[in-house]
Ligand binder design. Structure first.
Ligand code: ZN
Length: 275
């Protein structure tokens, strides 16, 4: 468990393909003295923060003064798992690359670079009273707890069905980090016709067919899909700017509710403490 602000120990670069654009994107990670994670695109700095989130339909997109970066959630989860609180990410395209569909390669890059610790603390966001957001039958709630615990439930058509997973030691839940994004074959065609998912392949997503997983090697974990929803949630919650402490219960949540929960928490200073 980290206690203080940290940054990466050296500069490193990662290149990959944007899931929706299909175009190569270069990321350069720079150590940062100031608190927080921020992206820099075309000279415009955008804090990777919940109040910069401008679109949550396909991924979490942050925007400021005409510039935007989409699909930040897996990278944010990698920062969470690496314990990095301060970093600048220079990006030369509008979308964080999809890599293998998980946070694994970002996490590897940060792990190799190493972590440098500053004397300042103020990295935790402790929830002091229950906060809940809902939409139709989806909900996301958090109650006070001294660690981060997540229980996630999902429900999709067969062969996925209902899945539930509880993670008590989130900081060390390594099966979450390399669980991949997923999609349904029938949805892919519609998304492609909208000019999106141009970079989607079986190398960067789990494809769910009529009655089975299409990928030749199948799943990495029996609960890979619910794991990935937890990964998305961790990445989205880290746009609070802090490491959340609380007991989180999520049912069919997505980027929209994840962002709404943070807005709700921060709407009343009696809801939280930072230390
Ligand atoms: Zn995801």
């Amino acid at each position: 468990m980290i206690k203080r602000q940290t940054t990466i120990n050296r500069i490193f670069k990662i290149t990959g393909i944007g899931l929706h654009t299909g175009q190569p994107v270069n990321l350069e990670f720079l150590p940062r003295r100031e608190f927080g994670i921020a992206f820099v695109i075309n000279g415009q700095m955008i804090p990777a923060r919940y109040d910069m989130v401008a679109d949550t339909r396909l991924s979490t997109l942050i925007a400021k003064e005409g510039a935007s970066v989409s699909t930040i959630e897996h990278l944010m989860a990698a920062f969470y798992f690496s314990g990095v609180t301060n970093c600048l990410v220079y990006i030369d395209g509008p979308e964080v690359p999809i890599m293998d569909g998980s946070a694994w390669e970002f996490y590897q890059g940060m792990w190799k670079a190493g972590v440098y610790e500053f004397p300042e603390n103020g990295v935790y966001l402790k929830v002091l009273r229950p906060v809940e957001v809902t939409r139709e039958d989806a909900f996301l709630r958090v109650k006070p707890l001294n660690t981060l615990e997540i229980t996630m439930s999902i429900e999709f058509r067969a062969p996925v069905g209902k899945q539930k997973k509880r993670v008590t030691d989130v900081e060390n839940a390594f099966a979450i980090i390399n669980s991949r994004t997923f999609g349904f074959i029938e949805e892919l065609e519609a998304i492609r016709q909208a000019g999106l998912a141009k970079g989607a392949t079986l190398d960067n997503a789990v494809a769910i067919g009529e009655d089975s997983i299409v990928n030749p090697h199948g799943l990495r974990y029996k609960k890979e899909l619910v794991n990935h929803k937890i990964l998305d949630l961790i990445g989205d919650l880290y746009t609070s700017g802090y490491r959340l402490l609380g007991k989180v219960e999520a049912n069919k949540t997505g980027h929209y509710l994840n962002n709404l929960l943070l807005k709700e928490i921060f709407s009343d200073p009696a809801n939280y403490a930072i230390y």
